[in-house]
Design a binder for this molecule. Structure first.
Ligand code: NAI
Length: 324
C-alpha cells in the first residue's frame, strides 16, 4: 500500500514551523498541493511575519513540490480556503494545527489569556473548517485532522485555557465525523507531543531528542489520506514513535428507579456502583446510551437523528449523563 496525495489540495494551518512545517513537507513529497498557512506570530500570539510560511514554501519548491504561502489568521478561515481555491481549485484536506500558548495558573489567568487561546485553537479551527465544508460536501470528499493535546485530555497545570480549547476540538471533530459521514468526510483528532518552540523551554534535551515531528506526521498523513476509509471521529495520542487510540469508557453505572428517593444522599450511598467499571462500556454515539437508561430517552435521541437535514428547529434539547 502506498499512500499518495497526488491531486489532493492540503491546507495546514500554523505551518511555518514545528509540526505543521513537517506535515507540509511530507504532504508535498507525496504529491499534494499544499497551502502553508502561518501568520508568523510569537508563541503567545503577538505580531506577524510572512517569512515563516515563505521559507516552508521555498523548501517545498526546492524539492520539486507544489505549495503556496498564506499569512492569514485562522480566525479569517475563509481567506485561507480562498487561497487554496485560487491556487489549486479546491481543498481536500484541512489540518487544524495552528496554536499559541498563554500559560498561567488559573488564579492569575486573565480573560484575554483564555479568549486568545480558545480563539486561535477552537474558533480558528471552526472558521477554517466551516469554509472548507462546502467544498468537501460538493466533491463528496474531505479529511480533517484536529490537533488536541494531552493537556486537553487530562488537564495540565497552568493550562486551563489551552486544555479547554483542546478538548473543544475533540467534541468538534466528533460531531463533524457524524455530520460528514454520508459525504465521505472524515474528521479525526491527534493529541501529540513533539519537539517545537512550544516544548523546547520546558522539556529536557534528552527527552526532546526523542520527540521529533517526523514521528507525529505519519499518523496525520494516514488519517487524512484516501486510504483512511474507516477512521472517523477517533482520537489518537502520538509521541516519540508511540501511537495509541483514546476512547471513552463508561462505568456499569447505577439506575435509580422511580421508587428510589432522588436525593444527593441516595447518590452518595451508591457511588461504589456508579464508579464500578467491571461492567463498563465504550460509548461512541449519543444514541448508544447504556441499556440501563430510560427507553424514552433513547427514542428521543433517535428522533433527533432522523430530523431532515438543515432542520434542527425541532431538535430536542438533550442533556445526558456520561459524555454530554
Ligand atoms: P509551533 O508554535 O511551532 O506551531 C504553531 C504555529 O501556529 C506557529 O508557527 C504559529 O505562528 C502559528 N499560529 C499561531 N496562531 C496562529 C493564527 N492565529 N493563525 C495562523 N497561524 C497561527 O508549535 P507546534 O508544537 O508545532 O504546535 C502545533 C500544534 O500542535 C498546536 O496546535 C499545538 O497546540 C499542538 N500541540 C503541540 C504539542 C507539542 O508537544 N509540541 C503538544 C500538544 C499539542
Amino acid at each position: 500500500m502506498t499512500i499518495s496525495f497526488k491531486d489532493k489540495v492540503v491546507v495546514v494551518t500554523g505551518a511555518g514551523g514545528g509540526l505543521g512545517k513537517h506535515y507540509c513537507l511530507e504532504y508535498a513529497k507525496r504529491g499534494a498541493k499544499v497551502v502553508v498557512n502561518d501568520l508568523g506570530g510569537t508563541l503567545g500570539g503577538q505580531g506577524g511575519d510572512s517569512k515563516a510560511a515563505d521559507l516552508v514554501v521555498e523548501e517545498i519548491r526546492k524539492l520539486g513540490g507544489q505549495a503556496v504561502a498564506d499569512y492569514n489568521n485562522v480566525l479569517d478561515g475563509e481567506k485561507i480556503i480562498e487561497t487554496a481555491v485560487k491556487a489549486f481549485g479546491t481543498v481536500h484536506v484541512v489540518v487544524n494545527n495552528a496554536g499559541i500558548l498563554r500559560d498561567a495558573q488559573f488564579k492569575k489567568m486573565s480573560d484575554l489569556d483564555f479568549q486568545l487561546v480558545t480563539d486561535v485553537h477552537t474558533n480558528g479551527a471552526f472558521k477554517v473548517t466551516k469554509a472548507a465544508w462546502p467544498y468537501f460536501r460538493k466533491q463528496n470528499y474531505g479529511r480533517i485532522v484536529n490537533t488536541a493535546s494531552p493537556a486537553g485530555l487530562y488537564g495540565n497545570f497552568g493550562q486551563a485555557n489551552y486544555s479547554a480549547a483542546k478538548m473543544g476540538l475533540i467534541g468538534f471533530a466528533e460531531t463533524l465525523a457524524k455530520e460528514g459521514e454520508n459525504h465521505n468526510i472524515k474528521a479525526n483528532v491527534i493529541a501529540p507531543l513533539a519537539r517545537s518552540r512550544m516544548t523546547e523551554s520546558i522539556l529536557p534535551p534528552p527527552i526532546l531528542e526523542q520527540l521529533g515531528p517526523e514521528k507525529v506526521a505519519p499518523m496525520v498523513l494516514y488519517l487524512s489520506s484516501e486510504n483512511n476509509t474507516e477512521l472517523n471521529g477517533e482520537i489518537f495520542e502520538v509521541a516519540a514513535g508511540f501511537y495509541a487510540q483514546i476512547r471513552w469508557e463508561r462505568s456499569g453505572g447505577a439506575l435509580f428507579k422511580p421508587d428510589d428517593t432522588f436525593t444527593p444522599e441516595s447518590v452518595a450511598k451508591r457511588f461504589d456502583e456508579i464508579m464500578n467499571f467491571d461492567d463498563s462500556s465504550k460509548p461512541d454515539l449519543l444514541k448508544n446510551q447504556h441499556p440501563k437508561m430510560l427507553n424514552d430517552y433513547t427514542s428521543l435521541v433517535d428522533a433527533a437523528h432522523k430530523l431532515p437535514e438543515n432542520d434542527n428547529s425541532g431538535a430536542p434539547a438533550v442533556s445526558v449523563k456520561g459524555r454530554v
